[in-house]
Write a protein that binds this ligand. Structure first.
Ligand code: CMC
Length: 373
């Protein structure tokens, strides 16, 4: 075999993008030129969604218009509500999200209409409706009826209202909003690349998003945030962390929430999300969970020099916000819909079919036998 194989496309630059920049050397991440930590400190997820799609932060008037459009589109149709309610209660919530996205494509007469305006309208509708979809699914698993969206609340507060039928303290809503900003976009990660591959065939935006949802579900990608919480629950308490890690490493298991394909010396989003997690610990008085979190991190980083990624603090933070563990990755979808669709627009604007080559290592060419033998 003479071809050079780039397993996992590691280190391969596939295309240009103006949406975000990941700088491996300095572990930094910018969205449209703005450092993500500064966006999380100074802006809301609504501002950031607008930025990711439009390239600039909104003015006061632009933000108001954008928020009004989002609030007006939150409700989903009754058939979709019924479709969600009819799915098995023990199926993974990412299958529910994927089914709902496919449904929204099926009922949109403009699904195959091309052009930036039509596609931005579809992206904004998905951004407005995904929280409603996730909330309906969260509640049905507890035997609870859906809570209708309300136009009186901002994006994050409305989501809490639809899930829990109440809005928590402002600090909790703010921590959630910060997580959404940090999860919104991350260049050519596996799910975004999936959406670009699908778009490159000139397929529609819903198909690209449904494919991206499937890629995000895996524990090596978005599924890590729920896997982190399941892992911390299995470990139990801080004093058990070391023995648990011994055991996991002896089995050659991957430790969820640690390591990154691009960042090798720490993920720039982690300090901001860790602070949000600590704020949640303070609100809930969950010091045992913080002790476990710290002990586990210190032990694992000390042994392997592999640092936490965003999923490590976000998993326990969502837990303290009251969300079911299996809904953490659908919440990630609510944020990443912005990044995915911005990349879909870029791919559409400057398309080339994504079709790599493979190096064949199977049987040499041979004749089909005349008989089955
Ligand atoms: N636990 C144990 N060992 C690890 C881990 C980990 N989490 N991450 C990397 N390693 C080791 C790995 O075993 C390998 O060791 P060796 O060279 O001795 O075989 C070495 O580090 C390189 O790992 P790799 O898997 O080849 O590196 P990668 O760049 O392909 O993997 C990763 C990146 C994210 C898939 C991996 O770090 C991992 O599986 N992490 C756990 C899952 C996780 O937290 N995923 C979320 C990723 S970030 C957010 C997101 O995208 O959603």
């Amino acid at each position: 075999m003479t071809e050079e194989i780039k397993k996992g496309l590691a280190g391969v630059v596939v295309d240009t993008t103006a949406v975000s920049k990941v700088v491996q050397e300095t572990n930094s991440l910018t969205y449209r030129g703005y450092p993500v930590q500064e966006l999380a400190a100074k802006r809301s997820f609504e501002d950031v969604a607008y930025l990711i799609w439009n390239g600039e932060l909104p003015t006061e008037a632009q933000l108001k218009e954008f928020q009004e459009r989002e609030r007006a589109q939150r409700a989903v149709d009754d058939k979709l509500v019924q479709l969600i309610l009819d799915l098995p209660k023990d199926c993974h919530p990412m299958h529910v999200v994927q089914t709902a996205v496919a449904y929204l494509g099926a009922v949109d007469p403009e699904a195959d209409t091309e052009g930036p305006e039509a596609n931005l309208a579809k992206a904004e509708r998905l951004y407005a409706q995904l929280p409603t979809i996730v909330a309906i699914d969260h509640r049905r698993r507890h035997g609870l009826d859906p809570v209708a969206p309300t136009k009186d609340l901002g994006y994050a507060a409305n989501f809490f209202k639809m899930v829990f039928d109440e809005v928590p303290a402002d600090e909790v809503v703010r921590c959630f909003d910060v997580s959404m900003i940090l999860y919104a976009e991350h260049s050519f990660n596996a799910s975004t690349f999936t959406s670009r591959v699908i778009t490159s065939t000139t397929s529609d935006l819903y198909s690209a998003v449904a494919g991206a949802v499937g890629a995000l579900k895996g524990p090596l990608h978005g599924g890590a945030n729920e896997a982190v919480m399941a892992m911390l629950e299995e470990v139990g308490t801080a004093d058990k962390a070391s023995a648990w890690i011994d055991d996991a490493l002896a089995k050659k298991a991957k430790i969820m929430g640690f390591g990154h394909r691009v960042y090798k010396n720490g993920d720039s989003r982690v300090p901001t999300m860790r602070k949000a997690f600590e704020d949640m610990v303070a609100v809930k008085g969950a010091n045992d969970l913080l002790d476990l979190y710290n002990a586990f991190e210190e032990d694992f980083v000390g042994r392997k020099g592999i640092y936490p990624n965003l999923d490590y603090p976000s998993g326990p933070a969502y837990h303290l916000m009251g969300f079911d563990t299996e809904q953490f990755t659908p919440i990630f979808v609510m944020a990443r819909i912005t990044g995915w669709t911005a990349h879909i627009f870029e791919q559409q604007a400057n398309n080339a079919l994504i079709r790599p080559l493979s190096a064949y290592d199977g049987e040499d060419q041979r004749e089909v036998p005349d008989n089955r033998g």
